[in-house]
Ligand binder design. Structure first.
Ligand code: ZN
Length: 572
């Protein structure tokens, strides 16, 4: 066939099926773009060595992408002009973001990461983006958007028409996804219809988040308390307690737990000495869930139990006045999920609202004047920014005991890692100063006082980068937290039996979803049929199995995560 003939026959074909060819051409381009995105996601996950939870991600996503592209074949010109931008732009955007997260943090985007973003305030998200991303990926996204926009514009210039053939083909392409969804629905796991690719996973995870948020709202609005909540003795009426909720503090970075660096010199000097409980892990590795399970009677594990009883409501029933000061962000007018748990405290202050970027030491100056003991028992809750990512923003710029680095013992550490480590350890040391300040204030009081310091969860500082925690991370460092109690002389004299038993439990295992009953006991409260075997400070305490994500946790017989560093001598 000559060239002329070939051109002629193509022309003839075009005249016979002009719109069908155009429709097919557009369809193939759209499918190619989607498959390219899918391949990018797949390759990045593979390179980053991420274990996906949903089987082969490519095979899972392929039927979905075939189905998503199928409407191109039967929507016609105007339908496609609406459908294509709605389809392609979000998928490209989500996939590129997902690839960035996967390559940088070796994680697959899942509900927990979405939760971290959704449950964070705008300021927090902004800080997060600044900390981890920077301008290059944003420029990349802009270029991608422009290229995709241009492609779509070119596609729109020619008319597309549906015919019997394109409709039949479109329906055939919908079938694989429809069949597999039917299968999942019959198997009773409808959620898996969405667990196919990043773009649809986001949708399903968002609805899970909405549901959990509803649960927290329910706890705030309709609490259910056990019967007969009361103080254990008239002496308890004089208690002043402070619970300090840390942020992202990994106990393996504290000298009191064996870290070679003196990150906590102040609390180690406390008199009477603090009790460092050394086998406590958080229930989750993300703030919202960790706090939820710390402050409610809900428990995780196979016998997971949800409860509508919060520590705050128990304390109120027992006659406590509760003042809370938080240095964490909140959602402007609308309280975030964590704050719902603290709905019923007597007073709440959010320091970041008054002074953005204020440091944790402001909590000490803002702490309420301790009300007279005749007014009944008091609890003050301080919620720190602690060691939240962006570590060097957590202490003054001209401060920091840990600087410099690389010496013979850890020559293999990359300078970037050394810098991150210094910043993180400085943030731990800054919290130490705050804790010592609180203890000093409590010592001045002429009443039984105590301090409980517990971090919401740990932090993973891993070989040259901070690895993003996900709520269901399986890395022990994300869970191993400080759990430290200081009790004044007067507290010790007033409740000697409690103190004696607590001292015996220093090495007992605990996960913070089960810390509830211990905290109640520390506050000298009880109720009818109080389960003493769940009270962490009691000699009748019976430890339960612990889980990180879905695997069983045993205390590690290890050096803390940075073993290399532990061989080093302390820096000044
Ligand atoms: Zn946190």
């Amino acid at each position: 066939m000559t060239v002329k003939n070939s051109v002629l026959s193509r022309k003839a074909l075009k005249t016979k099926f002009p719109t069908e060819l155009q429709t097919l051409k557009v369809y193939l381009i759209v499918l190619a773009v989607l498959l390219l995105m899918l391949a990018a996601e797949f390759v990045i996950l593979y390179i980053a060595g991420v274990n996906t939870t949903i089987g082969n991600p490519f095979l899972q996503a392929l039927p979905l992408y075939l189905a998503l592209s199928a409407p191109v074949l039967f929507l016609g010109t105007w339908g496609n002009r609406v459908y294509l931008p709605l389809l392609i732009l979000p998928i490209c955007l989500i996939t590129v973001c997902g690839c960035l997260v996967s390559s940088r943090f070796h994680l697959q985007i899942d509900g927990d990461i979405i939760l971290v973003i959704l449950a964070s305030s705008f300021q927090e998200t902004e800080e997060f983006i600044q900390t981890f991303f920077g301008i290059t990926p944003i420029l990349f996204l802009m270029v991608l958007a422009i290229v995709t926009g241009y492609l779509l514009y070119r596609l729109f210039r020619s008319p597309m028409k549906r015919t019997r053939y394109t409709v039949i083909l479109g329906v055939l392409l919908l079938l694989p996804y429809a069949i597999s969804c039917t299968r999942y629905i019959v198997m009773g796991s409808a959620k898996r219809c969405f667990d196919r690719a990043l773009c649809t996973r986001l949708i399903s995870e968002y609805f899970i988040f909405k549901k959990e948020f509803g649960v927290l709202k329910d706890i705030a609005e309709h609490p259910e308390l056990p019967a007969g909540v009361r103080l254990k003795s008239p002496d308890a009426n004089r208690i002043l307690g402070v619970i300090v909720i840390g942020e992202s503090a990994n106990r393996n970075h504290m000298g009191i737990y064996g870290y070679s660096r003196a990150t906590d010199p102040e609390i180690r000097k406390a008199v009477p000495p603090v009790l460092p409980f050394d086998d406590v892990i958080s229930a989750y590795a993300s703030t919202t869930w960790a706090i939820r399970y710390l402050f409610t009677m809900s428990e995780i594990g196979p016998a997971r139990q949800d409860s509508k009883c919060s520590l705050i409501d128990i304390l109120k029933a027992g006659g406590y006045r509760i003042d809370m000061i938080s240095n964490q962000y909140r959602w402007g007018e609308y309280d975030g999920p964590i704050n719902l748990i603290f709905s019923h405290v007597d007073s709440r202050k959010y320091l970041q609202e008054k002074t953005p970027k204020v440091l944790d030491d402001a909590l000490l100056t803002e702490m309420p004047e301790f009300p007279e003991k005749s007014n009944g028992p008091n609890l003050i809750i301080l919620h720190l920014m602690g060691s939240h990512a962006g570590y060097d923003s957590r202490y003054p710029t001209d401060w920091g005991p840990f600087t410099g680095m690389i010496d013979d013992a850890n020559r293999h550490l990359v300078p970037q890692y050394a810098e991150i480590l210094n910043k993180y350890d400085n943030s731990i040391a800054f919290t130490d100063r705050l804790l010592a300040g609180v203890i000093a204030k409590l010592k001045e009081q002429d009443r039984p006082t105590f301090l409980l310091y517990v971090s919401d969860h740990g932090e993973v500082i891993d070989d040259g980068r901070t690895t993003l925690r996900s709520g269901k991370s399986r890395v022990p460092d994300a869970y191993e937290i400080p759990f430290i109690v200081w009790m004044s002389h007067e507290y010790r004299e007033t409740f000697p039996e409690f103190v004696r038993e607590a001292q015996n439990n220093l090495h007992k295992p605990l996960q913070t979803d089960k810390a509830f009953w211990g905290m109640v006991a520390l506050l000298q409260l009880t109720w009818d049929d109080f389960p003493e075997e769940k009270n962490f400070f009691s000699n009748r305490y019976q430890p339960q199995e612990r889980f990180i994500s879905d695997i069983r946790y045993e205390k590690r017989n290890i050096q803390p995560s940075n073993t290399q560093l532990n061989k080093r001598t302390d820096e000044k």
